[in-house]
Design a protein around this ligand. Structure first.
Ligand code: HEC
Length: 102
């Protein structure tokens, strides 16, 4: 039964990149870089990413890029998306929380 539901879940998402939620562990890890990070902010960052970053191209999986890459691409993309600096910061924190491990 577990196997069946896992297969169904994978099947349902097969056309989409998966966008994981951040965990408390992610919060602790990124607090070295972003002391003000919280689970609530990472959830907002995820929602902002989904809402603002997929209109011109597909949404890239957070885990497809390293931290440094996200840090360099998010500022110019935030300009394109015409979002505030606060929204940009939340999106960057979410992407870094779920980025490709070094
Ligand atoms: C107004 C359209 C537009 C919006 C909105 C937009 N992008 Fe982009 N994005 C582009 C274009 C055009 C390119 C490719 C050329 C370039 O790099 O400027 C691109 C390229 C990228 C790439 C590089 C893909 C690769 O080949 O590695 C990433 C990653 C990316 N965007 C992330 C984001 C994120 C994160 C956001 C939200 C903050 C965002 N984009 C919002 C237009 C947009």
């Amino acid at each position: 039964m577990v196997v069946v539901s896992v297969l169904l879940a994978v099947g349902a998402c097969s056309k989409e990149v998966s966008f994981p939620d951040a965990s408390e562990g992610d919060v602790k890890r990124i607090q070295e870089k972003f002391p003000e990070a919280s689970l609530d902010k990472l959830q907002k960052g995820k929602a902002l990413y989904l809402a603002n970053c997929g209109s011109c191209h597909r949404l890239y999986a957070p885990s497809s890029k390293l931290d440094d890459y996200w840090e360099s691409i998010v500022p110019p993309m935030a300009d394109k998306a015409r979002i505030s600096e606060e929204e940009e910061a939340l999106i960057l924190q979410y992407l870094i929380a779920k980025s490709k491990p070094e």
